[in-house]
Design a protein around this ligand. Structure first.
Ligand SMILES: *Cc1c(COP(=O)(O)O)cnc(C)c1O
Ligand code: SF4
Length: 528
C-alpha cells in the first residue's frame, strides 16, 4: 500500500481482496438456514471471548475458521449476533497484530490450504520412512544385539571392537566366517563361495553388525557380500579410468583444476558395486615413496591444478603419519588451494576416526580447506557411532560430502532416497552427488537403475526436502555429466515458462532483456 501521508498506520490498512471475499462469503444470504444449537452458541461465544484481551492472531483465525464451517451447515455469523462491523474489526486487528500485516483472509483461505496441500506431498514418505528405510539409529537395538553375537563369534574383546586395527584384524573375509555370524541358506552360501574365488570379500565386523538377521535382501549385505550375479553377468569390463586419463603415476585427471591421487588400493570393506573393482581388492599394495613423489612432482609442475582429491581405495586406510605427510606436501604447494579425502571408513569402520586423525585433518584444514568425501547409500549406515565420527569430522574440517551410488533394491525408491538424504544431512554430511551406477562394469549390471528413474527421484526432492540435502545426479562417462531434467518448458516472447518439479505448476519467468544485456558496459551513474 502507498500511504499519502507516508506514515504507515496498520489500523488504517484496508482489507485485502482475500479478506473481502471471506467477509462476503460469511455474510452472504445462505441457501438453507437453520437455528444454531445451544452447544454451537456456547462454542462461538467462547471463541469470540478468546479473541478479546489477547495479542495473538490464532484465536481470530480459529473464530473465522469455525464461522466458515458453520456457514456451510446453514448458520451465519448473524445467527450468533456477530455483525459485519465486528468481523471487519477483528480482521483489521489480525493484520495489526501480525508483524507482516498478513490478513485473516490470506492466512485462512490461502496460506493454510496451500501449506496443507504441501503437507500431503510428504504424507506417504512420513508414513513409510521408518519402516521402508530405517536408519541405523532406529535399528540400534538390533545392531547392538548383532554386535554382541559377532563379538562372541569372532572372540573379539571390546577393546579390539573399538579399535580400527581390531576391526581390520577380524575382518570377515571367508564364507565360513560369514556363515558363522549370519544365518544364511545353503544355496546363498554356495553362491558366495563360488563368487569369492574371483572377487574379494571383506567386511569389518562393525559393518557386519549392521546386517539385519533374516533379511536376505538387506541393503548392507547387498553392498558388501558378493553374489553369483557378479560372475554370471556376461560382458567385458571397461576400466573407468585407464591409461588415457593418468598423466602421471597415481594420478587421474579429467579436469584442469582438480585431479585425484589414488593413494592406496586398499579399503576396509570391499563394495560389490565398486567402480574400481579392477584395481581394488585383489591384493593389498603398499605404494613406494617414489610413486608419491612422482605424483607430487606432477602437481607441482602443473600450476593450473588447485584442488587435489586423495582417494584410493580409501584414503583413511593410509596410516596417520602418511596422511600427515601427504597433506603437508600439498599444503606447501602454492597453487594448491583446497584438498579432499575420499573415504567410506566413517561408515564401514568409524572407530578409525580418532583424535590423532582429527588433529591431522584440523591442522591441514587450518592452512587450506579440507573436505571429506564419503559414500553412504542407505540410512541404515548412519548409526550413533558413524554419526559420532561425522560430527567430529564436520567440526574439524571444512565440510563432509556424500557421494551416493544409485543402486537397485538399495536406494531406488522415493522413500529410501529421501530418507537417505535427510538422515545423512542430520549426521552433519551434505548430499553432494548421486551417481547413476556405471555401465562399465558388467559385474554389477543387476544393480543398475534406469537413468530416468534416478532423475525422477532427485527431482522429487525439490520443494519437499531441504535444499542443501539434495544431491546432484551424475553419470560418470569420462568425467561427471549432470543429469538434471531441464525445468524449462518453453519460451514465449522473451519470457520463459518454468515448471515447478514438485507440483508440475508452470510459472512465467521474464528473462533478462537481451538488448540490455548486450550493451557493452554499465556503471552506476555518478553525480556530475
Ligand atoms: C570425481 C573426480 C574428480 C572430482 O570431481 P568434482 O566434480 O570436482 O567433485 C576429479 N578428478 C577425477 C579423475 C574424478 O574422478
Ligand atoms: S570404498 Fe570405494 S574404492 Fe573401496 S571398494 Fe567401496 S566403492 Fe570401491
Amino acid at each position: 500500500m502507498i500511504h499519502e501521508n507516508n506514515k504507515p498506520d496498520t489500523a488504517m490498512e484496508p482489507l485485502d481482496s482475500y479478506t473481502e471475499e471471506l467477509l462476503n462469503k460469511l455474510t452472504a444470504p445462505a441457501n438453507t438456514t437453520r437455528k444454531p444449537t445451544p452447544e454451537e452458541l456456547l462454542q462461538v461465544e467462547q471463541l469470540v471471548k478468546a479473541t478479546e484481551e489477547t495479542n495473538l492472531t490464532n484465536p481470530i483465525i480459529q473464530l473465522f475458521a469455525h464461522l466458515l464451517e458453520l456457514k456451510d451447515t446453514g448458520c451465519s455469523p448473524q445467527d450468533f449476533n456477530i455483525e459485519l462491523a465486528q468481523l471487519t474489526h477483528l480482521a483489521k486487528r489480525h493484520q495489526e497484530i501480525d508483524e507482516h500485516m498478513v490478513s485473516v483472509g490470506g492466512r485462512l483461505t490461502q496460506a493454510l490450504p496451500i501449506a496443507g496441500k504441501a503437507n500431503s506431498r510428504v504424507a506417504e514418505y512420513l508414513a513409510k520412512k521408518d519402516t521402508e528405510a530405517p536408519s541405523g539409529i532406529e535399528l540400534w537395538e538390533q545392531i547392538e544385539e548383532n554386535t554382541r553375537r559377532i563379538k562372541r563369534g569372532l572372540k573379539m574383546s571390546d577393546e579390539e571392537w573399538n579399535s580400527f586395527h581390531g576391526q581390520l584384524r577380524h575382518a570377515v573375509d571367508s564364507v565360513e566366517t560369514l556363515a558363522q555370524l549370519i544365518d544364511l541358506p545353503a544355496d546363498v552360501l554356495n553362491s558366495i563361495a563360488r563368487v569369492t574365488k574371483t572377487y574379494r570379500m571383506r567386511l569389518t565386523p562393525y559393518y557386519t553388525s549392521l546386517i539385519m538377521p533374516g533379511v536376505l535382501n538387506d541393503p548392507i549385505m547387498l553392498q558388501s557380500v558378493p553374489t553369483g550375479e557378479m560372475i554370471d553377468n556376461a560382458g567385458i569390463e571397461i576400466p573407468p579410468v585407464a591409461a588415457d586419463h593418468s598423466p602421471a603415476r597415481l594420478i587421474d585427471q579429467f579436469y584442469p583444476r582438480v585431479l585425484t591421487i589414488k593413494a592406496t588400493n586398499m579399503c576396509a570393506m570391499y563394495c560389490t558395486h565398486c567402480l574400481r573393482l579392477a584395481h581394488i581388492g585383489r591384493k593389498d599394495k603398499i605404494y613406494s615413496k617414489e610413486a608419491y613423489n612422482e605424483a607430487l612432482d606432477y602437481i607441482r609442475n602443473n600450476p593450473q591444478v588447485r584442488d587435489v582429491l586423495i582417494t584410493g581405495g580409501d584414503a583413511f586406510l593410509l596410516p596417520n603419519s602418511h596422511l600427515e605427510w601427504l597433506l603437508g606436501e600439498l599444503d606447501s604447494i602454492d597453487h594448491i588451494k583446497t584438498k579432499r579425502l575420499g573415504t567410506r571408513i566413517p561408515v564401514t569402520a568409524p572407530m578409525r576416526v580418532d583424535n590423532e586423525l582429527l588433529d591431522i585433518l584440523e591442522t591441514s584444514n587450518d592452512k587450506k580447506p579440507v573436505r571429506v568425501v564419503t559414500q553412504i547409500n542407505t540410512a541404515q549406515e548412519i548409526t550413533p557411532v558413524s554419526l559420532g565420527s561425522f560430527r567430529q569430522l564436520s567440526k574439524r574440517t571444512f565440510t563432509v560430502l556424500n557421494q551416493a551410488v544409485l543402486l537397485k533394491g538399495i536406494n531406488d525408491t522415493r522413500v529410501k532416497m529421501w530418507k537417505l538424504c535427510e538422515t545423512v544431512h542430520e549426521a552433519y554430511v551434505r548430499p553432494y552427488y548421486l551417481f547413476n551406477c556405471s555401465y562399465r562394469n558388467p559385474q554389477f549390471k543387476h544393480f543398475r537403475v534406469p537413468l530416468e528413474v534416478g532423475r525422477d527421484l532427485v527431482e522429487s526432492m525439490y520443494g519437499n526436502i531441504v535444499g542443501d540435502a539434495i544431491p546432484r545426479y551424475i553419470a560418470t562417462a569420462g568425467g561427471k555429466i549432470p543429469l538434471h531434467r531441464s525445468n524449462v518448458v518453453s519460451h514465449e516472447n522473451g519470457d520463459i515458462i518454468l515448471r515447478k518439479p514438485w507440483s508440475g505448476e508452470e510459472v512465467r519467468y521474464p528473462d533478462a532483456d537481451p538488448e540490455v544485456y548486450s550493451q557493452e558496459e554499465f556503471a552506476f551513474k555518478l553525480p556530475k
